[in-house]
Design a protein around this ligand. Structure first.
Ligand code: HEC
Ligand code: HEC
Length: 219
């Protein structure tokens, strides 16, 4: 089941015709995302099987930065690239704010400290690259809003993301980011996995919020 691309993916159902950039309602824009990001436990099978990242509760600036990176190809991911390319600047801004606020009432703010202590091994890895100096002591309060919250993000996705910063010369996989590239390259894949499992186990502010929560009246 993880292998199936979503037959129901609303991407194809987009009313946009070639060359026509008709303004879309927020609902129509978000309809392109919920087939993957609005289904709890939905998995991608490329380049390996992992849960599609939680984006509800992520900061809008980072969501925009990520979408723009898929658009330019700094982040390689064929599906997300196709989707990002179909979005105008205004779409990106509207969708990013929408996801930042989605489900806000149901979440509590992350505490100042991480919700659990790392093992000594993981503590050493976190210290080696000073992860907290950018992502925040609790991994949920990055020093810049264009940096991601990572606490509580799915560990299997975090691992794929961290490996992607190390990947070079692959036409379909990899993330070109000066900051995280230099950091990820300091670690073996086993170490990246241990980091991902710890960060993913923390309480965070993000969630996968299923589609029925979308109320048209909030447009
Ligand atoms: C077919 C499934 C699918 C659809 C539809 C989809 N996404 Fe994604 N999205 C993914 C996958 C898989 C990734 C992880 C890609 C990677 O490894 O970089 C991702 C990554 C992202 C990220 C980066 C998250 C992070 O933590 O860096 C953002 C932001 C995002 N998607 C937003 C959207 C938005 C907004 C839409 C609708 C306009 C959308 N996606 C539609 C599958 C999908
Ligand atoms: C100097 C600042 C800095 C430090 C230190 C840092 N990061 Fe990052 N991190 C960033 C930025 C900026 C991004 C966004 C890069 C991008 O746009 O792809 C990021 C992205 C990430 C992502 C991808 C998140 C997602 O949703 O796709 C993960 C995972 C991550 N960092 C984990 C770590 C870990 C673990 C450490 C320590 C080993 C660390 N970072 C240290 C700045 C930093």
């Amino acid at each position: 089941m993880a292998q199936t691309s979503p037959a129901t993916a609303p991407v194809q159902a987009s009313p946009r015709e070639a060359g026509q950039a008709a303004p879309k309602s927020l609902q129509a824009k978000v309809a392109m995302c919920i087939g993957c990001h609005g289904i709890v436990g939905y998995k991608s099978s490329f380049p390996e099987v992992y849960r599609v990242p939680q984006i509800a509760g992520q900061s809008a600036k980072y969501i925009s930065a990520a979408l723009n990176a898929y658009k330019t190809g700094d982040r390689k991911h064929p599906t997300m690239r196709g989707i990002a390319e179909s979005l105008t600047e205004q779409d990106v801004a509207d969708i990013s704010t929408y996801y930042q606020d989605l489900g806000k009432g149901q979440r509590k703010a992350a505490g100042a400290k991480p919700s659990r202590e790392p093992s000594p091994q993981v503590a050493a890895l976190l210290q080696k690259a000073a992860c907290a100096s950018c992502h925040g002591a609790n991994m949920s309060t990055p020093i810049d809003p264009s940096y991601p919250k990572i606490a509580g993000q799915y560990a299997d996705y975090l691992f794929v993301a961290l490996k992607a910063y190390k990947t070079e010369n692959n036409p379909a996989v990899g993330r070109n980011n000066g900051v995280m590239g230099a950091i990820a390259k300091q670690f073996s894949n086993n170490e990246l996995k241990a980091l991902s499992e710890y960060v993913g186990s923390l309480e965070g502010e993000m969630a996968t919020v299923p589609e029925p929560r979308f109320h048209r009246s909030n447009d």
